[in-house]
Design a protein around this ligand. Structure first.
Ligand code: PHE
Length: 342
């Protein structure tokens, strides 16, 4: 029996083999090295080879086997490394190491805390549009056109329209009172806009939370107790509050709320400017005219409202002295606030 012809053909086929894909390589493997492959068969034929040729035959088959195996190995590594380099050259969007973890924005942390505090005493969140009409932002809030109180809030008007960017979230108060009968107990977090020159203390956009409670027999004492509860939850259980007379067109009586300085314990420091008190919000009893504008009977119902700037609370709590930091997205600033701090 002469096996040398097959041997040459096989070797030639193996050596000239150049797979273009992993599938072709697998077909090659099955053909030569598979369980039902040529080499298996050649070994099986071994017993039929005459004894004097067995040695040569064995050598030839081994040669074929080694050639097939090294071909397989060569292309297996080539194909996998081609896959790897294809991946790294294509995925240009893969982030560079080390990947930084994000953290919650300080405004969001304080907003969530305010919501949680009022949630515990039955307030629900209400939201409204940032692009408002004159009625909800001003007129219904007892601030008709030409009212001098409009000057308190420099407004961005949207040209060629009756619309404006809301200057406070008090507009949501009106929307809520228009859409449901009392009792109403809401807080309204949201972004507001004012045409202010940007400085360390003022920005043309910031965030507010307003609170509103309307029911029968709601008194100023209820407002005071609610705000004392808020101050203690927010700034510490030893906090004291004081109310100073103020003016807002939509509340009568109106007040401003100060909280005892939680930085220096009222000993006097730069945050409270040596006074021991820091101002945190405006508040008052909802003016009966505002209730009437929303078709709520002021003889039956009364209520209070309060409003605070989230940036102001965050600046006090974290001792940040420049409001612009909140909007610059400087990662070194943002990383200082951990979510665990909530
Ligand atoms: N809307 C007022 C402001 O933006 C705050 C306020 C709300 C005052 C509710 C009294 C009652 O300054």
């Amino acid at each position: 029996m002469d096996v040398s012809i097959d041997h040459k053909q096989y070797l030639e086929e193996i050596n000239s083999f150049e797979p273009k894909s992993a599938e072709e390589l697998e077909a090659f493997r099955l053909k030569f090295l598979g369980n039902k492959g040529i080499i298996k068969q050649l070994f099986a034929d071994f017993k039929t080879v005459p004894n004097d040729q067995k040695k040569d035959y064995g050598q030839l088959v081994n040669e074929i086997k080694n050639a097939a195996e090294s071909k397989l190995k060569e292309f297996q590594t080539k194909i996998t490394s081609a896959k790897d380099s294809k991946q790294s050259s294509i995925d240009l969007t893969a982030p560079a190491y080390p990947i930084r973890f994000g953290s919650r924005h300080p405004i969001q942390i304080i907003k969530n805390k305010i919501i949680d505090i009022f949630h515990k005493i039955g307030y629900v969140v209400a939201e409204g549009p940032e692009i408002e009409d004159d009625w909800h932002n001003f007129t219904a809030l007892n601030t008709p056109e030409d009212h001098p109180a409009r000057d308190m809030q420099d407004t961005f008007y949207i040209s060629d329209s009756e619309m404006l960017l809301r200057t406070h979230t008090s507009s949501v108060q009106i929307r809520e009172m228009e859409s449901q009968p009392p009792p109403i107990r809401i807080i309204t977090p949201g972004r507001v806009y004012r045409n202010e020159t940007i400085s360390a203390r003022a920005h043309c956009t910031f965030h507010q939370v307003e609170g509103l409670y309307i029911d029968e027999d709601v008194s100023f004492a209820d407002l005071k107790q609610t705000l004392l509860y808020f101050a203690r939850e927010m700034f510490g259980l030893n906090s004291q509050i004081r109310l100073r007379p103020s003016f807002f067109p939509f509340t009568e009586i109106s007040a401003e709320l100060d909280v005892s300085c939680f930085i220096c314990d009222q000993k006097g420091c730069p945050v409270c400017k040596g006074t021991g008190w820091v101002e945190i919000m405006g508040c008052g009893m909802v003016d009966p005219a505002v209730l009437e504008n929303c078709n709520i009977n002021p003889d039956k119902y009364s209520g209070f409202a309060f409003g605070m700037g989230i940036e102001r609370i965050a600046m006090l709590k974290y001792q940040i002295d420049d409001i612009r930091m909140f909007f610059e997205n400087d990662i070194r600033f943002l990383q200082q606030f951990s979510t665990a701090d909530q």
